[in-house]
Design a binder for this molecule. Structure first.
Ligand SMILES: CC(=O)SCCNC(=O)CCNC(=O)[C@H](O)C(C)(C)COP(=O)(O)OP(=O)(O)OC[C@H]1O[C@@H](n2cnc3c(N)ncnc32)[C@H](O)[C@@H]1OP(=O)(O)O
Ligand SMILES: CC(C)C(=O)C(=O)O
Ligand SMILES: [Mg+2]
Length: 554
């Protein structure tokens, strides 16, 4: 049985003059991928060294400059992976590796051992400061927990000095996390971090990193931002620390919390690609980076080819990407519903290549992340005329006039209802051509002849072996006249449209060349019936004649 009385709100500081809601983001934060550590520790089957290497290379290719590679003191595999990166010289000069360790001496010692010969590394030490863990896990007072942090900071510093004796060229950067910061009294978190800084004595030129985790997300993003703003504004020597944020997604708001933390003054964000991580995951760097991108901010990560990096992430985590995952899911740029399709089609027609992106229902240009417009609109039973028109235009170059779109809509709808899912482009085109195109089986036109006499055109045409003749102010009206003479029925052309159609033709020597054909559409009124005819032919007149004949016989 559900019982909300069982739960209570995590206390967060009362800010009387909070600033973060007034701020805007203007640049990307310092990104830190923790896929190889936090992401990895959440997997039922942790990554092998080879899988870690595959992901490492991918992260480098995407532009990450700090990568938490693991917990080298935790297992031989983690240790060996660290050694492999160093010994095989796989760490580019502009990339810094980061490693996690508890505030325990033997683990810190082993961590430095794993890093022998590294050019530069972040030693990330943590201990929890949260109320629940102080009371129930560590059974320690606030002062005792602070002492653990101080002791950890001292060991980190001492072992760095020892390492400098054998490897004077290694540069060490110190990072401390008050684990479960978001479930810690914020003034106490400041006190602990201040004590750690007293040990490390960082300066603005040689900063330490203070990483503030929402280890378990337990407040709303605005209250987490309050915690961060309180922390930053109460830290004495803030200019000597980089403020880093590490959120988890228990309430589904890890990205929002990180984004608001940046408004509150944070410099650096830790997270994973697509949000793999403990429980509901770590903060998804892809989502946050793309959020910035969609507001015109350079994310300083290359996320343009999800088709390359998503499979790597899926392979090492054995987790499939949700089709509606923000920015990169399979269907996130696809519209099935009629009014969305209509709006997208109209906006895309108006979108100028160099103008700011201004397309309804598409927050970014799908091409930026390697998506074709072809996949944007898929026709099913929820689609309207615009969906079919878009597909036939994108895939087959047909610019259907609105009256053809309207005429074809029920046919496409019928097909979608019969098939019960998405109608393939091919099926849609077949339905269209079956409905409208004139084929040689229907009618054969052997030749036609046009003569102009002043304003009047005379048309002579052989249809299925019979000669038709008529006159009018143009080819269409001459043809309508010929029809009237033959059948006694009058026909009016309500509308007419034509356009060139470029198709690729294969020449006998195998080379492909462009071939222009003519597409014609006619909209006719015969007695009380309205019909549509469409045709493709070598020249405009033939297309017009054939379209009209098709319309007449529809
Ligand atoms: C929020 C996070 O993501 S934190 C990172 C979590 N990641 C991992 O734990 C993965 C790697 N960890 C491991 O492989 C193992 O935990 C090891 C090898 C590091 C340590 O293993 P063990 O020594 O067997 O201890 P175990 O994991 O059970 O840790 C519990 C002990 O460490 C202490 N401890 C836990 N965290 C810390 C810390 N940050 N600093 C100091 N002590 C700590 C606990 O109080 C407990 O002590 P006790 O044995 O005296 O009761
Ligand atoms: C070790 C820390 C940074 C962590 O992963 C967490 O608190 O979530
Ligand atoms: Mg974490």
């Amino acid at each position: 049985m559900m019982n909300p009385a069982k739960y209570q709100r995590t206390p967060t500081p009362q800010l009387s003059n909070r600033q973060w809601p007034n701020n805007f983001l203007t640049k990307a934060p310092i990104w830190v991928s923790v896929d190889l550590r936090d992401g990895n520790q959440a997997l039922a089957n942790p990554m092998t060294v080879e899988q870690k290497l595959a992901l490492w290379h991918q992260l480098i290719a995407m532009g990450f400059k700090t990568i938490e590679i693991g917990f080298p003191s935790a297992s031989q595999l983690e240790f060996d992976f660290t050694r492999r990166l160093i010994e095989e010289n796989l760490i580019p000069d502009d990339v810094t590796v980061q490693v996690l360790v508890q505030a325990r001496e033997h683990l810190i010692e082993r961590t430095y051992e794993s890093l022998q010969g590294v050019k530069q590394a972040v030693i990330h030490v943590y201990n929890t400061t949260s109320i629940v863990q102080r009371e129930n896990v560590f059974e320690k007072t606030k002062d005792e927990i602070k002492a653990m942090a101080v002791q950890g900071a001292k060991w980190v510093q001492e072992y760095a000095l020892k390492a400098a004796k054998t490897n004077p060229h290694s540069k060490w950067i110190f990072q401390y996390s008050p684990e479960s910061f978001s479930q810690t009294e914020t003034d106490y978190a400041v006190e602990v971090c201040q004590a750690v800084m007293d040990v490390w004595q960082p300066t603005p030129e040689n900063k330490c990193i203070l990483n503030l985790p929402a280890t378990v997300e337990s407040t709303s993003p605005n209250r987490f931002a309050d915690q961060v703003e309180y922390f930053i504004t109460h830290l004495k020597n803030r200019e000597s620390a980089l403020i880093s944020i590490h959120t988890h997604n228990d309430r589904g708001c890890a990205v929002a919390a990180a984004e608001l933390s940046l408004l509150a003054g944070a410099d650096r964000i830790e997270g994973t690609l697509l949000g793999n991580g403990e429980r509901t995951g770590n903060m998804d760097i892809v989502t946050l980076a793309m959020n910035l991108y969609s507001e015109g901010i350079d994310p300083e990560l290359d996320l343009s080819q999800p088709n390359k990096w998503v499979p790597v992430v899926e392979e090492v985590t054995q987790i499939q990407t949700h089709p509606r995952h923000p920015w990169v899911g399979d269907v996130v740029y696809t519209a099935y519903s009629g009014s969305h399709q209509d709006a997208i089609r109209k906006c895309l027609l108006k979108q100028k290549p160099d103008a700011p992106w201004n397309v309804a229902y598409l927050p970014i240009d799908p091409k930026d992340v390697g998506r074709d417009y072809e996949a944007i609109i898929r026709v099913n039973s929820q689609s309207g005329k615009a969906g079919s028109a878009f597909v036939l235009a994108q895939e087959y170059g047909l610019n259907l006039p609105k009256w053809v779109q309207l005429d074809f809509a029920p046919i496409a709808q019928n097909l979608a209802e019969k098939q019960g899912g998405v109608v393939s482009h091919k099926d849609l085109y077949s339905a269209f051509s079956e409905q409208y195109f004139l084929t040689e089986n229907n009618i054969q036109i052997n030749h036609y002849h046009l003569d102009r006499e002043g304003e009047i055109e005379h048309l002579s045409l052989e249809v299925n072996g019979e000669i038709w003749q008529g006159s009018g102010t143009g080819t269409l009206s001459a043809l309508c006249d010929a029809w009237h003479k033959r059948t006694g029925h009058s026909v009016d052309v309500i509308d007419y449209a034509e356009h060139a159609l470029h198709t690729l033709d294969e020449s006998p020597n195998g080379e492909q060349g462009k071939n222009a054909q003519a597409m014609a559409y006619v909209y006719l009124q015969q007695d009380d019936r309205r019909t549509v005819g469409v045709a493709i032919a070598r020249d405009t007149v033939s297309a017009m004649v054939m379209a009209l004949l098709k319309g007449l016989n529809a």
